[in-house]
Design a protein around this ligand. Structure first.
Ligand code: NDP
Length: 449
């Protein structure tokens, strides 16, 4: 394992996030290799960390002033052992190959946990949709799809949204795919309801994360009702996390964006959440405006080069990081523990650094890692694919019930794997072991391909 890690460090020396993701998994799955020597003989670890295919392409487009702009597009087709590649597209200036490989690697394991037949992939661009007009976003999406379309398909690779890619972007991408291929298929998920989307898909990641948190608390005979919660982000995942927390009787104190955060001691209730959804999804405003509207709240700006985020220093019972990768470092994690937090449930992908994760585990917190806790989003994407295949749409209640069952299964599977390998209660190890074994066994069955 150490050899594999040092090879990755050497070969992909500039891909820090990818190294971090592999390291995080490697440290927990070593014992599997003692029980299953075939994995070593068949070089499963080397194969699973090497993408099956990486696409990098130029995305030329024209802005509203007539100036030519160039961005870089990516699609990482990481692993197809248990199904077509599946994973989101991210449009954000921080997007690069290492970050997407990290997310694709995590996606392979996450998708394996959902019980649905989905391989793993990830993609996106360093394009920043913020501050762009609808027409600029449309021209960018069309250009992006002009290259991507020949590499994806309903049975090959099914992208979805992620940071910066919501319903608007999926619509423009889908329209161009349809025009280029002359097919109307379930090639993207996160579609609008009127043309192939699934009910509950927008809610799925947030709801699923809260269902997972409730299961974790259940192991200590506790419930979310009456718990105070810190939530970061104010995008799709954060919004529906707050909605479900409110429904379950918890009190949400914070939300954030990349400029800063709001602290509302009286709680961000359903009515206030409606205001935030209008602000963020329609007016595309900043979270600071919440504190101008609701005088009981404070807005605290957070500099990008800060040593830690004061959001995580508030006293609370639970934390739901739902913004972005590495948003909780060692200082933040220590602050959370000091502030009395007993549960951390990751809505965002890899929001906690290695150091932060160790602090949570050492403190004996209920710590739900992203690949288990936020798998609800991709799970309902899988259900959207099923509905597209049978050309039918299921009612919201049915999708929500299946989502809830899937989250309970992921929780149970992760706990059982942790027990089996002598690390009871460690969801990080449990989720890594259960998902890794599923993918590795499928790879063995299918031979050296
Ligand atoms: P959105 O684009 O809807 O929202 C992202 C939020 O995070 C925004 O509030 C954004 O603020 C904030 N943010 C982004 N970058 C930073 C940063 N560097 N520092 C602080 N805040 C930041 O994305 P989603 O809600 O869809 O995704 C959030 C996380 O959840 C991501 O890690 C994503 O990969 C993960 N995820 C999403 C799923 C989904 O179904 N949507 C499924 C599984 C995981 P600003 O507006 O200022 O950029």
């Amino acid at each position: 394992m150490d050899e594999i890690l040092s090879k990755i460090r050497e070969k992909d020396s500039d891909q820090k996030e990818f190294q971090q993701a592999v390291e995080k998994v490697v440290t927990t799955i070593k014992p599997i290799f003692d029980r299953k020597p075939e994995y070593r003989r068949q070089a499963i670890m080397e194969r699973i960390t090497e993408p099956e295919r990486v696409l990098i392409f130029r995305v030329p487009w024209m802005d509203d002033s007539g100036a030519v702009r160039i961005n870089r597009g990516f699609r990482i087709q990481m692993n197809s052992a248990i199904g077509p590649y599946k994973g989101g597209l991210r449009f954000h200036p921080t997007v690069n190959l290492g970050l997407l490989k990290c997310l694709a690697f995590e996606q392979v394991l996450k998708n394996a946990l959902t019980t649905l037949p989905m391989g793993g992939g990830k993609g996106g661009s360093d394009f920043d949709p913020r501050g762009k007009s609808d027409n600029e976003v449309m021209r960018f999406c069309q250009s992006f799809m002009t290259e991507l379309y020949s590499h994806i398909g309903a049975d090959t690779d099914v992208p979805a949204g992620d940071i910066g890619v919501g319903g608007r972007e999926i619509g423009y991408l889908f329209g161009m795919y349809k025009k280029l291929t002359r097919t109307f298929s379930g090639v993207l998920t996160g579609k609008n309801l009127g043309w192939g989307g699934s009910l509950i898909r927008p809610q799925a990641t947030g709801y699923g994360c809260v269902y997972f948190a409730a299961e974790m608390l259940g192991t200590r005979r506790q419930a979310l009702e009456g718990k105070s919660c810190l939530v970061s982000g104010s995008g799709n995942v954060a919004q529906y996390t707050v909605e479900k927390l409110n429904q379950m009787g918890a009190k949400v104190l914070t939300l954030s964006d990349s400029s800063g955060y709001i602290y509302d001691e009286t709680g961000i209730d359903a009515k206030k959440m409606k205001y935030i959804m209008e602000l963020k999804n329609k007016q595309r405003g900043r979270i600071s405006e919440y504190a101008e509207h609701y005088k009981e709240a404070q807005y605290i700006p957070v500099a990008p080069n800060r040593t830690h985020n004061p959001l995580w220093a508030h006293k609370a019972d639970c934390a739901f990081p739902s913004a972005t990768q590495n948003e909780i470092n060692g200082i933040d994690a220590a602050n959370l523990v000091r502030g009395g937090v007993k549960l951390v449930c990751e809505g965002a992908n890899m929001p906690t650094t290695l150091e932060g994760a160790d602090i949570f585990l050492d403190a004996g917190l209920l710590y739900g890692p992203a690949k288990a806790a936020n798998a609800g989003g991709v799970a309902v994407s899988g259900l959207e694919m099923s509905q597209n295949s049978i050309r039918m749409g299921w009612p919201a209640q049915k999708v929500d019930e299946v989502l809830h069952e899937i989250m309970k299964t992921i929780h149970k599977t992760s706990l059982a794997a942790a027990d089996e390998y002598g690390v009871s209660g460690n969801y990080v190890a449990g989720a890594n072991i259960a998902s890794f074994v599923k993918v590795a066994d499928a790879m063995l069955d299918q031979g050296l391909v």
